[in-house]
Ligand binder design. Structure first.
Ligand SMILES: Nc1ncnc2c1ncn2[C@@H]1O[C@H](COP(=O)(O)OP(=O)(O)OP(=O)(O)O)[C@@H](O)[C@H]1O
Length: 323
């Protein structure tokens, strides 16, 4: 399998529904190298979970094929399962009495480890995820952050070289999220685990992923490092927010006529203008708008973010969609 941990070609999945077929994933190609942290970024319904469920053998592709951790997804699903960890979106409700350590050992045994191996593995995994000392705690007594770290630990008990995390930090407070990111980076650093993570948080993809696959409408619309994605939009982004009664399309027109711009995108609330230098563009933009009788409610100059990348790729804001 060499350096390649995942190689998928033409992977597609559609669902039959009462209102007709839903094409959740539309024939995507995807490559992940060993040791990478790859983020699948996209709004709700983009097809991230469906992609993950296919790559983890939980869902049969309608079309396409893939090799995952060196095994053929369609022909050797059991072999694939033995080599991967999968942490689903939100942990299943734990039964009242279940203890952290016991549950992790049970999971290891389910994955085929002997009792002694599973216990040894627990001693290895628990401290990696800051669960050391919590082995005797009941699952119900864990905080949200501890619980998510426990979920990740579950996926690691059988020492998979590849782990899939589906929106691992949803619902966590900012501190617990940053803490979990650190642990996820540690998995790669200390144990060489390859990580595929889905998220609709831009900051998460930016902070964590070596490479980001931007998904929209069941397709991969961009595939690059966070920095390279942001560098595609060189220059600054001037965000002009308008009250609902102000004609934004007219504002876009005025800005385009007033000056040389790289890109203008109009959203539900704002006009985003990409220019070489925000500092020198603001005054002429405001003058032109003023002359046209338009006044923005607010104006801000920013370096491009992944959200701006998403916006230029799709014409929609990921932040709006996620909200
Ligand atoms: N079992 C199913 N039956 C019918 N439609 C489905 C099914 N599973 C997913 N879909 C549809 O496929 C599309 C992609 O869903 P998916 O869960 O993969 O998106 P996602 O990017 O993971 O979104 P989220 O961020 O909300 O988890 C959506 O339109 C969804 O409604």
């Amino acid at each position: 399998m060499g350096d390649t941990m995942i190689s998928a070609r033409g992977l597609a999945r559609s669902f039959k529904t009462k209102s007709g077929p839903v094409h959740a994933v539309r024939g995507i190609d995807l490559d992940v190298r060993a040791g990478e942290i790859v983020g699948l970024l996209g709004p709700n319904g983009a097809g991230k979970t469906t992609t993950l469920r296919m790559l983890t053998t939980l869902l049969m592709p309608s079309e396409g094929h893939a090799t995952v951790a060196g095994k053929d997804l369609i022909r050797e699903p059991r072999e694939v399962r033995r080599r991967i960890g999968y942490v689903a979106q939100v942990g299943a409700a734990p039964s009242a009495g279940t203890l952290v350590g016991e549950e992790l050992v049970t999971q290891g045994r389910l994955q085929g480890l002997a009792k002694a191996e599973a216990t040894a593995r627990l001693a290895e995994v628990a401290p990696r995820l800051d669960l050391g000392g919590l082995e005797g705690r009941a699952l119900l007594e864990l905080s949200g952050g501890q619980r998510r770290r426990f979920d990740v630990a579950l996926g690691l008990m059988h020492s998979p070289p590849l782990v899939f995390l589906d929106e691992p930090t949803t619902g966590l407070d900012p501190q617990s999220r940053a803490n979990l990111w650190q642990h996820i980076r540690g998995l790669r650093g200390d144990m060489g685990v390859t990580v595929v993570i889905t998220t609709h948080y831009l900051d998460e993809a930016d902070a964590l992923a070596d490479r980001v696959l931007v998904m929209d409408g069941g397709a991969i619309v961009a595939d690059d490092t966070p920095d390279a994605l942001k560098a595609r939009i060189s220059g600054d982004v001037v965000t002009l927010e308008f009250a609902p009664d102000q004609p934004r399309e007219r504002a876009e027109e005025v800005v385009r006529q007033a000056m040389e711009v790289r890109e203008v995108v109009t959203t539900e609330t704002a006009v985003l203008v990409t220019v070489d230098s925000g500092a020198t563009a603001v005054a002429p933009i405001l003058r032109a708008l003023d002359a046209a009788g338009l006044s923005p409610a607010s104006i801000a100059v920013n370096r491009p973010t992944l959200d701006d990348v998403f916006l230029t790729l799709t014409g929609r804001s990921l932040r709006d969609e996620a909200a």
